[in-house]
Design a protein. Structure first.
Length: 250
């Protein structure tokens, strides 16, 4: 009887640790290797103060590759901030796509920490996503802030991500509507309304498309024949989430 009780207690403890609120954020990096093969890294920022056990138990993540395929990706490493309050778990895989195109890679994780800009955040699933066009591509790399996301009161707060981009593109950041979900399975996508705008660098709208019917995927061809050579921005508002892609016409 003692053995059975000990085993039951151990299982209950594991379940409790696994469901602790420990997710602070993260991002997905995509890097081309050869042709249509890509190295995909999922970086998850964890709260080591409230969920160290849960982080230890998360040895893999389910990754949606944007072509209908899902993979269980194992953890490669786990590093800590200087003050040991935050960790970054890296999950890495390599995948070859069947053909060129635009793909959205995503993963969803439960048990996020409470944050002020998401009421009831611990009840929602954290979603990480990145969209890329096949080719010689590498999305930016971030580093863990030295302060481990600890913010002082009544003082200026700076997050030194130390980001870099191998192509030399400039990087900008802004506060955005958090991407959350009440489901742990988001590979199939969610139907949403969408608005697409082509603008110049001054924000002047050159072309606008409004999709009035919700769908999981919207497709439309935009002609650049009427605009002069230069750099433009393609802005897509999908379900309240803003995506921006630089477009160069030569």
């Amino acid at each position: 009887m003692k053995t059975k009780l000990s085993l039951l207690l151990g299982l209950l403890l594991i379940a409790r640790l696994t469901h602790a609120s420990h997710l602070r954020g993260g991002y997905i990096q995509v890097r081309s290797t050869t042709a249509l093969t890509y190295e995909i890294n999922v970086y998850v920022f964890g709260d080591e103060l409230s969920g160290s056990g849960a982080i230890s138990a998360t040895n893999s993540v389910l990754l949606c590759l944007g072509d209908g395929t899902t993979l269980d990706v194992p953890r490669l490493s786990r590093v800590f901030s200087p003050n040991k309050t935050t960790s970054i778990s890296t999950y890495r895989t390599t995948y070859t796509y069947a053909g060129p195109g635009t793909y959205t890679v995503s993963t969803s994780q439960g048990n996020r920490t409470g944050v002020l800009n998401i009421p009831g955040a611990t009840n929602f699933t954290m979603v990480l996503t990145t969209t890329f066009v096949t080719g010689n591509v590498q999305t930016p790399t971030l580093s863990i802030p030295e302060n481990g996301f600890t913010a002082p009161l009544n003082q200026r707060y700076v997050l030194p991500f130390g980001s870099s981009d191998f192509t030399g593109d400039s990087l900008s950041y802004s506060l955005a509507k958090p991407l959350v979900s009440q489901s742990s399975n988001n590979c199939a996508g969610t139907a949403a309304l969408a608005t697409i705008r082509l603008t110049d660098l001054n924000g002047r709208i050159l072309h606008e498309l409004v999709f009035k019917q919700a769908a999981r995927q919207h497709e439309q061809v935009i002609s650049l024949s009427g605009v002069s050579s230069g750099v433009y921005l393609l802005r897509a508002d999908v379900g309240g989430r803003l995506l921006v892609q630089k477009v160069v016409k030569k």
